[in-house]
Structure formats: structure tokens, C-alpha cells
Design a protein around this ligand. Sequence first.
Ligand code: ZN
Length: 116
Amino acid sequence: MNDFYCDQVIPGKIQVEIIFETENVMAFHHTRPYWERHIVIILKTHIDGLSSYQNNPTLNADFFEAIQIVTKMLEDKYGGCRVCSNVGNYQTTKHLHWYIHQGQRLRAENGDPITK
Ligand SMILES: [Zn+2]
């Protein structure tokens, strides 16, 4: 199965611009952003998605710390942002991740650039 995060990002095969990192999570700028500001937060271990996530206080704490740091950064600079996570057939990559985005949308759902 195609898993960009386990195959490329976590082993460091692709260079990402990291904003925040713990031993469990990593927050970085999306490599092909769909929004002007588009940040991804992933777990460094494989879990398919939120619906199969087993509640884990350590991972919860790291996730929320990362979300808090990134949302504060965007709120301070731009006034606000949105946090979301896709599940099931909404996921193009079946690896639990959060998106935090702000600003104009740059790509449609299928990845095509939005031209004005
Ligand atoms: Zn994975």
C-alpha cells in the first residue's frame, strides 16, 4: 500500500521543513500544499487513521502539543486557521495525520491547481 509518511517522510528519504517534533510526532510544511499555509502533523508510528486510533495519553499529549504550537503560530501571524483529519475513503494516505491550514485554497481535492 502506498504510504507516503512511512515510506518517505519518517525514514527521511524526502526532505520536509519541520516545525515541531517529538519522539512520537512530527509537524512539517506539506510538500505539495493545498492551501497557502498547509501543515501536516503525523505520528511516527503507523496507525491507519483516527477511527482505528487507540486512545494513548502519551500520543494524545504529543499530538495536542504539536497542534497547539502550530495553531498558535498561525493565529499569531494570520489571525486563525483550521484543523482537520480525513478518515476512511477521504484519506489519500492511510496514515493518521492532521492538517492545519490557513489562507487561499491552491488545489482542488484531486490535486489539480486552482487557477483564477
Ligand atoms: Zn504509515
